[in-house]
Design a protein around this ligand. Structure first.
Ligand code: PLP
Length: 364
């Protein structure tokens, strides 16, 4: 059992209230009680998605829906915008689905450039585009509104937007931006356990799916819609997690979305302040830096791995030592979920007490 609090960018720390909600007795997924639960959470979800469309619940991690979207929408070619580990992987996933796919590549730490998107879509080769809003691996938050403004110039293209680590941390108005599929998972920005993906599909994307063969069953958008109309999911969902989601939506409503957004901005500023005070800097350009986590460049040669081990063992906190090829070169601190300025300060106080032991100046 872990004895430390998670401050890495997902899974993140889960509240006692959510754990309690998880132990609600399981009901039949075709029962009236389930329909009531399913329908009760729709308005709250639609509000955060910024959509009038249904919000579907997929018992899978986010990748299930990321793959499913490709299988439901792509007949010509998909453009996968790539600027970090998750967005890069999406190209591989598209190809594994047997689709024609092109990667639009940007250096890790750089955002997706809207003009490059336009240049590529102008070829007319594409019917789908994938965008990761908040590239959790590099701490880049892509300029989604500007990218979507370009995508809307191409009505034949359906857009799939991953908001796994940004959903509910700032407004992402799906309908207003013209996003065709918007998806998220439970274990990051929502601070719930892993196991459930949430997604919504525009009318245009639903029409497209009707004409696409080999959608499979488990992630078939048409199955989700058909069952949604009865207040149900296609197959047996992870019911405990849906109870926890309902409880989280109550918390979000109580706090108010605007206050939740403001809290995330303030908490993110706390991380940046700590970073400045300790002589570190952001890995991405400040203009494109995430507001739900910081990916910090390790410009002081901090022994990140052992620092984090000590933080876990002595202070009961855990940060993240960098993703993939950025391991050790960066480290990441999340402010997703339920954190407050006071819980962030607890983390930084603990880090301040330990950090000197793991900096090279003190090791000579
Ligand atoms: C974590 C993450 C994913 C993958 O989520 P799974 O739940 O592991 O499928 C996808 N996209 C982003 C941006 C992420 O941060």
């Amino acid at each position: 059992m872990i004895s430390y609090k998670l401050f890495g960018p997902g899974p993140v720390d889960i509240s006692k209230k959510s754990y309690q909600a998880l132990s609600t007795p399981v009901m039949g997924h075709r029962s009236g009680d389930f329909v009531e639960l399913y329908q009760a959470i729709q308005p709250g979800l639609q509000e955060i998605f910024g959509t009038q469309r249904p919000v579907f619940l997929s018992t899978s991690s986010a990748w299930g829906v990321m793959e499913g979207a490709i299988r439901n929408l792509t007949t010509k070619r998909v453009l996968n915008c790539m600027c970090g580990a998750f967005s890069d992987k999406w190209l591989d996933v598209s190809k594994r689905c047997g689709k024609e796919a092109t990667g639009l590549r940007f250096e890790w730490g750089q955002p997706v450039d809207p003009d490059s998107v336009r240049n590529e879509l102008q070829s007319g080769a594409y019917d789908t585009i994938t965008i990761v809003h908040n590239e959790t691996s590099t701490g880049v938050m892509n300029p989604l509104a500007a990218i979507m403004e370009v995508v809307r110039e191409f009505p034949e293209v359906t857009s799939v937007v991953d908001t796994v680590s940004s959903f509910s941390a700032l407004p992402i108005p799906m309908d207003e931006l013209g996003i065709d599929v918007m998806l998220t998972g439970t274990q990051k920005a929502l601070a719930l356990p892993p196991g459930l993906a949430l997604f919504s599909v525009s009318e245009k994307a639903m029409k497209r799916a009707e004409a696409v063969r080999d959608r499979g069953y488990y992630f078939d958008f048409l199955e989700f819609l058909k069952n949604h109309e009865k207040g149900m999911t296609p197959s047996t969902p992870v019911i405990p997690l849906i109870h926890a989601l309902q409880s989280k939506l109550e918390d979000i409503a109580q706090e108010g979305l605007e206050a939740r957004y403001a809290r995330h901005r303030a908490n993110n500023r706390c991380i940046r302040k700590w970073m400045d005070q300790n002589g570190f800097r952001l890995f991405p350009d400040e203009h494109y830096a995430s507001i739900s986590l910081c990916c910090i460049e390790n410009c002081r040669d901090l022994d990140v791995v052992n620092f984090n081990k000590a933080l876990q063992a002595e202070k009961q906190f855990s940060i993240n030592c960098g993703y993939g090829k950025l391991k050790g070169k960066t480290f990441r601190i999340s402010n997703m979920g339920d954190e407050t300025e006071s819980t962030m300060t607890e983390l930084f106080d603990a880090m301040d007490e330990l950090i000197d032991r793991f900096l090279p100046e003190s090791m000579v």
